[in-house]
Design a protein around this ligand. Structure first.
Ligand code: S3P
Length: 437
């Protein structure tokens, strides 16, 4: 099979019904994998992400001297390098994963040696200047190719910095914290919009001391190095960004009922539940507990008989929901009042230009939509028809339009459906499981 052109046919559904549990969160798996590989000792993780992105992180960490194995029961076991990586024999291939490239650069910036990080065509277009600036300020020598990967990094002893991120980015924050962890003195990262805090929580779970405060309206995270990490064991919570596709699918069908348990509900990610509630879905959190400082729970969603209403996503909400915006836009034509999305310019530099692709694919299905530089407007009350969808090599576009296809008339062909495996290889199988036809 030529994986570059894999296709999936999605038939309309009558309803969404069932109870599911999702593979481990991609963001948390990247962090647990990277930190375990860097720590001293043997870490074990249940429900580690099955996506290709996290496999890229593990492959890079193996090249750097860690050993990784998947046990028979699915547990991922990682023996770490104890704070000192090995010089890799070949460039570190980050595949499609921006998280791997940006976070690993921070970790390696403080390691003696020279490292080359490469990625696929999509990753090689994504902005890397945002990590070059702080890491260079700390004293690392980082060279980009016209602002992008391939990047080469000469690491070594660094100096601490006090850095305010110009664009909200958990990857950039993490990159600086991982360099700061190995640097004598106190490194501080400040951000105007609080981005996902999995790194802060994971670093603590591996035994590091991380301080957090609010200063002059900015979220400040500081780490005083050098500190070492010790192995730990954890179950990775289900991925709420993967859950978004199922929650949005359920929101499309009055009378649907879906239960998701073991789901990651970290407050910096669970904004999705607020957004869906504002959109008119009925959401109940039936159970909530803490695991390694991450909140995990059971969520039930039902859709109102009159259908979902209308919503606007802008300002800090847009940053916090950045990965979920394509699917929220994709269900909006079927709502009563549509969606207005602004302040989401970052969508243009994700795995694809997600504004352009969402607009093009909505139009292919017959929807009316207005494109803006930093967002889009999708009116409600529309009927869509099946179409040929171009996923553009972007996992979230492939999955978002598979959801939109459930309420369209006729069948929809998702071209480039294989890209779903970047974060969620089980997606199509699970969608079939909950979609009643
Ligand atoms: C991620 C942070 C976000 C998000 C990405 C995963 C992370 O990117 O879009 O899918 O795991 O830290 P930015 O850091 O570029 O905002």
């Amino acid at each position: 099979m030529n994986t570059a052109t894999a296709e999936r046919l999605i038939r309309p559904a009558q309803n969404i019904f069932g109870s599911i549990r999702l593979p481990g969160d991609k963001s948390i798996s990247h962090r647990y994998g990277m930190l375990a590989a860097f720590a001293r000792g043997v870490s074990r993780f249940q429900n580690f992400s099955t996506g290709a992105d996290c496999a890229s992180t593990l492959a890079c960490m193996t090249q750097l001297g860690a050993s990784v194995s998947r046990l028979e029961d699915g547990t991922v076991e990682i023996t770490g390098v104890g704070g000192q990586v090995r010089q890799p024999a070949a460039p570190l291939d980050c595949g499609n994963s921006g998280s791997t490239m940006r976070m690993l650069s921070g970790l390696l910036a403080a390691q003696p040696g020279e490292f080359t990080l490469i990625g696929d065509e999509s990753l090689s277009r994504r902005p890397m200047e945002r990590i070059r600036k702080p890491l260079t300020e700390m004293g690392a020598a980082l060279t980009l190719t016209d602002g992008h990967a391939p990047l080469t990094l000469r690491g070594g002893a660094l100096r601490p910095i006090d850095f305010t991120t110009p664009v909200p980015s958990a990857q950039v924050k993490t990159s600086i914290l991982l360099a700061g962890l190995q640097t004598a003195g106190t490194t501080i990262v400040r951000e105007a919009i609080r981005t996902r805090d999995h790194s802060e929580l994971a670093l603590r779970a591996f035994g590091a001391r991380i301080e957090r405060s609010m200063e002059n309206g900015l979220n400040a995270v500081s780490v005083t190095g050098p500190q070492s990490l010790s192995a730990m064991e954890a179950t990775v919570p289900g991925d709420i960004s993967s859950a978004a596709f199922f929650l949005c699918a359920a929101a499309l069908f009055p009378g649907s009922q879906l239960l998701i348990d073991g789901l990651g509900l970290n407050p910096t990610r669970a904004t999705l539940l607020d957004a869906l509630t504002a959109f008119g879905a009925q959401i109940a959190v039936l159970h909530l507990e803490e695991q390694n400082a991450e909140l995990v729970g059971t969520v039930q969603i039902t859709a109102p008989v009159e259908g979902i209403g209308t919503t606007e996503i802008s300002g800090s909400l847009a940053a916090q929901l950045i990965d979920e915006l394509p699917v929220l836009a994709a269900i909006a034509p079927y709502s009563r009042g549509g969606i207005r999305i602004r302040d989401a310019k970052e969508l243009r530099v994700k795995e694809s230009d997600r504004i352009a692709l969402t607009v093009a694919n909505l139009r292919a299905m017959g929807a009316e939509v207005t494109e803006h530089e930093d967002g889009l407007d999708v009116p409600g009350g529309q009927s869509l028809h099946g179409a040929i969808i171009d996923a553009g090599g972007d996992h979230r576009i492939a999955m978002a339009f598979s959801v939109a296809a459930l309420r369209a008339s006729g069948e929809t062909l998702i071209r480039g459906s294989e890209s779903a495996a970047i974060s969620f290889p089980e997606f199509f199988e699970m969608l079939n499981f909950v979609a009643e036809r």
